[in-house]
Design a binder for this molecule. Structure first.
Ligand code: UPG
Ligand code: MN
Length: 699
């Protein structure tokens, strides 16, 4: 193996040209120096808080300092954990064009593609068709590709759509339009009419949807729609395999949502094709570059690397986001910035879709193969005669995609890294996949609430990154997972900073240092340092200033909504008081809503309790900012209240879309009047309560 020294390293195979290179970020050194200085500032601040706490003379001042200390400890922890993603950022490049010079195409490994869908109404079957067709068109030996569609919605509409996709694949583009109309008509009717069912095989499959067949209770349906040993397209080329799988479900046994679906596909595919490489895709994602499998093979198939890498993750990149990405759905930090940091440690993290796995990774660590109960399900079994027996489908095993968290992707990724697998974050210029992001505020908040809960489930499990993780992978990598896992705790400082300085300001109580004190500079440095570095990361990852601004706004909004509610719901479940499931994000959007989204307007049309703290905070901030301005005009000296005025002003500027939706708009996306009234009442209650308790501290 040839390793070129210097800032960039090129790996070549023993005899052939290089398949990939990498370069460490030039900011690595700067980031480390900055982290050291910033850490000193944080420690000094926390020390001051601790001193003030010890010297507190009244209960109110004790409570205020304790709140600030708690907030700043959480912020400091999250900041420190994020640093692990800045320690060793790495950028990679692949040379797929060299692959064919190293291995013959006929020697490429087989590829099993898993596509998950769960609801034909929230996830239109044409989306599933488009995902499947996009991978059937991969620039890869067709007879080596097998596409498995998992239908957790147990819907004949999805089976029909995938059947039509199979026909289309044979006859090609002349049929696309007529197929689309047919599928959409059938979905509208909610049933596959007899006139659409062709042949005995088709009839047999659809006959399974009897009256007793419900979404939560039904037998397994497996339908091979294209078979590479039999089917050819009209020009005579071999076709890939296309298989529809709807796993058995019953109300009495848990089905583990998407993780369960993927494990069933792991087993079914093991008995039918058992390809050594697996690509997992969601039905809201399609391939945007037919050469992507070759890129993944540059790592998975290079003779030097192949036993090391468990998976190759491509970033989630989205279609149809509005110009300034008002809901920050691009989620650059999660999908583009932090993975570069993970990759420089043990490897990019798995994010649920657009990821090529070595099948072996689902069967124990790199040096410890854990065999399944039935040898035919093992990663190296060569399938000569496909088997389809029920016991095999039902067999659960300890391997595969991990159960126990609503974010099966992060949890599995984390466990694989703990087992010793390395991985790659592969981010080519032309996006390998494009997907759908939520287009309304409430969809985004519900999605992030599910993530926040699922991530807490990992942090509070016996596999917590802060205990088990540190022992298995060392500190930097486990901190990287800890910051991901602990998103929800951001709700603590964000909620405190959204209300405490404001009610104190209204009461004329100063809780931060005076502008003339040297301590004031600490605050300036800490704020500008954190925000500046975030801005830098965002812009360097091809972001725009407007998108960054919306991104930081959404971070604050999430702190008062989905993180706060996720945090509470998680603890209710922890105490056994409630349960939560995987709420599939809707991929359908109403025309008027879509128009408003395109115009960059926030959507509050569907009422939600999550909006209440958000609107309450917007009202209190406006009140206290106005109070501050009035005091300035009356000639009061506000030196001691400057920091509070700044925070309040900053929140007011960020809350503009909320004020607009509360009073200036009349469309259906405005804030429901009930939400506004409840929030006004709560804001009034909070201010009144604060005035009573803070009386003793008044200037
Ligand atoms: O019981 C279920 C629930 C969901 N899904 C599928 O899971 C995928 C993701 O669901 P979606 O509603 O699109 O959720 P997102 O929040 O957009 O998904 C992100 O977060 C999930 C974890 O919460 C990951 O699984 C996804 O890959 C990741 O893109 C979709 O293909 C669904 O069809 C199932 O197969 N079975
Ligand atoms: Mn999705």
């Amino acid at each position: 193996m040839e390793v070129l020294k210097g800032s960039s390293t090129t790996k070549s195979t023993t005899h052939g040209p290089p398949l990939h290179t990498h370069k460490f970020s030039r900011l690595k050194f700067f980031n480390r120096v900055f982290a050291t200085v910033y850490t000193c500032a944080i420690l000094a601040l926390l020390y001051r808080h601790a001193l003030t706490l010890l010297n507190a003379t009244t209960l109110s001042s004790f409570f205020i300092t304790l709140s600030l200390l708690t907030s700043d400890i959480v912020l400091a922890f999250m900041w420190a954990a994020t640093q692990s993603c800045r320690l060793n950022s790495i950028h990679r490049k692949e040379f797929p064009e060299n692959l064919k010079r190293v291995v013959k195409a006929s020697d490429f490994p087989a590829l099993d593609v898993f596509i998950c869908t769960a609801d034909p109404y929230k996830e239109p079957p044409m989306g599933v068709v488009n995902s499947a067709l996009s991978v059937l068109a991969y620039d890869y030996p067709t007879e080596k590709i097998s596409v498995y569609v998992s239908d957790d919605g147990g819907s004949q509409l999805t089976l029909f759509a995938v059947m039509e996709a199979a026909k289309f694949a044979i006859f090609h583009f002349t049929m696309y339009h007529s197929m689309k109309i047919k599928v959409e008509n059938v979905v509208k009717r909610g049933k596959v009419g007899d006139e659409y069912i062709i042949g005995e095989e088709g009839q047999k499959a659809f006959n399974k949807w009897k009256d007793s067949f419900t979404r939560q209770d039904h037998p397994t349906v497996i339908q091979v729609l294209l078979q590479n040993s039999k089917d050819k397209d009209i020009i005579g080329h071999l076709m890939p395999n296309l298989i529809y799988v709807c796993r058995q479900k019953s109300r009495t046994s848990p089905h583990h949502f998407k993780a369960g679906a993927l494990n069933v596909l792991l087993r079914v595919s093991a008995t039918m094709t058992n390809a050594p490489i697996i690509l997992t895709l969601d039905c809201d994602v399609y391939s945007n570059d037919p050469s992507t499998p070759l890129r993944a093979l540059c790592y998975l198939f290079s003779p030097q690397d192949q036993s090391k890498f468990g998976f190759i993750q491509f970033p989630q990149i989205f279609n149809g986001i509005n110009k300034n990405d008002i809901y920050a759905c691009e989620f650059k930090r999660l999908f583009q910035i932090n993975p570069v940091g993970f990759d420089g440690l043990n490897g990019g993290n798995y994010v649920g879709t657009g990821c090529f796995f070595s099948r072996r990774a689902f069967f124990g660590g790199p040096s410890k193969l854990v065999s399944p109960e039935i040898p035919e399900l093992g990663p190296y079994n060569v399938v000569d005669k496909p088997i389809q027996s029920q016991p095999i489908m039902e067999l659960a095993h300890k391997m595969g995609v991990r159960y126990g968290s609503l974010v099966e992707d992060s949890f599995t990724s984390y466990r694989l890294h703990c087992e010793g697998w390395k991985s790659i974050f592969c981010n080519p210029k032309r996006p390998a996949f494009l997907g759908d992001a939520p287009n309304t505020l409430i969809d985004m908040l519900n999605q992030h609430k599910r993530w926040a809960i699922g991530l807490l489930e990992v942090v509070f499990s016996k596999f917590s990154p802060l205990t088990f993780g540190i022992r298995s992978m060392g500190l930097p990598m486990s901190l990287a997972y800890a910051q991901l896992g602990c998103w929800a705790i951001w709700s603590i400082p964000i909620t405190i900073y959204a209300f405490l300085p404001q009610v104190a300001l209204i009461n004329g109580i100063s809780i931060f240092p005076n502008v003339s004190e040297p301590r004031f500079l600490f605050y300036v440095f800490l704020f500008l340092g954190a925000y500046g570095q975030d801005f830098q990361d965002f812009i360097l990852s091809s972001g725009t200033v407007e998108r960054w601004w919306n991104d930081q706004r959404i971070w604050m909004i999430k702190g008062l909504t989905c993180y706060l509610f996720g945090f509470m719901e998680f603890f209710l479940k922890f105490l056994g008081i409630s349960t939560h499931g995987f709420n599939v994000t809707s991929k359908v959007i109403d025309d008027k809503q879509h128009k408003r989204y395109e115009q960059g307007m926030y959507e509050f049309g569907v009422p939600s309790p999550m909006f209440v703290p958000l609107v309450t905070a917007a009202i209190i901030n406006l009140l206290s900012f106005c109070w501050g301005l009035v005091e300035v005009f009356r000639g009061s000296k506000l030196e001691g209240l400057f920091v509070q005025m700044f925070i309040t002003g900053f929140v007011v500027v960020n809350s503009w879309p909320i004020y607009e939706a509360m009073v200036l708009r009349s469309d259906k996306g405005k804030i429901p009047i009930r939400t506004t009234l409840i929030s006004i009442f709560l804001a009034w209650g909070l201010v009144a309560a604060a005035s009573l308790t803070l009386k003793e501290l008044k200037l």
